[in-house]
Unconditional design. Sequence first.
Length: 153
Amino acid sequence: MSERKRIEERLRKKEQEIKSFEEKIKDTKVYCQALRDILRMMEKAEEAETSPETTLRAGSMVAQARAILLEHGTPVHIDDLLDALGKGVTRETKASLTGSLAAYVRRHEIFTRPAPSTFGLIELGHATTEGGEPEPPPGFGKVTTALHDDISF
């Protein structure tokens, strides 16, 4: 093999080596970016866990309800929450605030429902009643044979 061909072969191998290193660098940069993204997500989750106010829009009825519950220190009935908020106790205002607070209760975030139409705060240790919604009685929805015997076609 001539000297020129050996040098060209070495050059080709080194260029392939450079290409391989560049691919590894690219993959490593992508991996580093993914780790940064995970860290950002973890920071946001930690902030949400340690600071409930950050998940509530400042000035909203839900944020104001949280402030009232913190002030009372005990669970408060929805009617009393609406009175403290200066809202009239109407069907619409009850449904609105109850629906908003219940969404947090279902997600096990910030609020609890220790009794019907009564809300508390997780951070104050107010427990949600076990079972939540009442269940239908045993046998509900089953068709009995006695019912079929009485029906004639």
